[in-house]
Design a protein around this ligand. Structure first.
Ligand SMILES: [Cu+2]
Length: 336
């Protein structure tokens, strides 16, 4: 292991702020800190002042208990309103932080003892490095190959658990080019402390250059020919390889839905729920077909499970393919 992960090292009380969301999180944090300090000082001063004023032996006026109802109503209402405002503000920032814009660029990340494996749908793969463009919303789809990890970028104020057999995600819009820390924030075994990397934020034009330059530059040897093809040809090869198209086709007697226009749309399920067909839904449809069967389809599903057959790399390629069939693929289709 090299120490390349050590970027922006040196002690600082306040971590760097490098994403739009980070600034919002900091504002909430500072407001809470300010409010807390204000009341600590106010109440501390009052307690101290009254302590001095009414100390034993002091000839203060003690007889009458002052009770002013309207005063109590005012301060209870004020406290309730302040608390509610902070809560609503925090909720707003949180909802924003967990809702990626539909046009976000997709990147797939697999956590593994003890590294981060990054795949860009356009081709490049990297390890412990994540290149992203500045000023563009980026959605990271996370899954783990083994134990629970946690994907943590302090400069973006983002942290999300990375779980095996499920996709979690987060998104950000990086504000400035530069290099930022990437950590694993969930103890995951002997070398957990070394499970870190760098997020490299680049100007969009520079990022495009990096993308096309690293297409031919493979950080890892390609294990098989199909994968190589999938990479050059819109992931359709992987769809063909697993014969998904035998059932998912248009025609007189399709055995499964066509999948066209599915991605990003709400899907009504047999059990009454309505879910959005996002990466996690597609993943689940492939790996656990019976977990969520669409309304109008037979249950149990006739679709076989691909758990144990499709690895993480093929899985995201299948997802990208289904996505590219979607009406709102938003230009993040497999072939840019
Ligand atoms: Cu880890």
């Amino acid at each position: 292991m090299t120490s390349r992960g050590a970027v922006n090292s040196g002690f600082s009380l306040w971590p760097e702020t490098a994403s739009v969301g980070a600034e919002q999180v900091d504002l909430v944090y500072l407001a809470l800190l300010g409010l807390t300090l204000f009341f600590v000082i106010l109440l501390g001063a009052l307690a101290l002042g009254f302590g001095v004023k009414y100390r034993v032996g002091r000839a203060a006026h003690r007889r009458e208990v002052v009770h002013k109802t309207h005063l109590e109503v005012v301060w209870i209402t004020a406290a309730a309103l302040i608390t509610l405002a902070v809560c609503l503000w925090g909720t707003y920032v949180y909802v924003d932080a967990v809702t990626p814009p539909p046009d976000a660029r997709n990147i797939y990340v697999v956590g593994k003892q003890w590294m981060w494996k990054v795949s860009h749908p356009q081709g490049p793969r990297e390890i412990n490095e994540l290149h992203v463009p500045a000023g563009v919303p980026v959605k990271i789809n996370l899954t783990s190959q083994d134990v629970i990890h946690s994907f943590y970028i302090p400069a973006f104020r983002l942290k999300r658990d990375v779980l095996p057999q499920t996709y979690t995600s987060l998104w950000f819009n990086a504000t400035r080019p530069g290099e930022y820390h990437l950590f694993c924030a969930e103890y995951c075994g002997a070398e957990h402390a070394r499970m870190r990397g760098r997020v490299i934020v680049m100007e969009p034009a520079e990022f495009q250059r990096w993308l096309s330059d690293s297409k031919d530059l493979e950080p890892e040897p390609i294990p098989n020919a199909e994968l190589a093809e999938a990479r050059s040809d819109g992931h359709a090869e992987v769809f063909a390889r697993y014969a998904c198209g035998d059932c998912h086709k248009s025609g007189p007697t399709p055995e499964g839905p066509t999948l066209v226009g599915l991605f990003g749309q709400p899907v009504r399920l047999r059990d009454g729920r309505t879910v959005v067909a996002d990466e996690e839904y597609i993943r689940q449809s492939i790996m656990e077909p019976n977990a969520a069967v669409a309304l109008g389809q037979a249950a149990p599903s006739t679709m076989p499970t691909y758990a144990g057959q499709v690895d993480d790399e093929h899985l995201w390629q299948l997802i990208e393919f289904v996505k590219s069939l979607g009406a709102d693929a938003g230009g993040i289709g497999p072939t840019p």
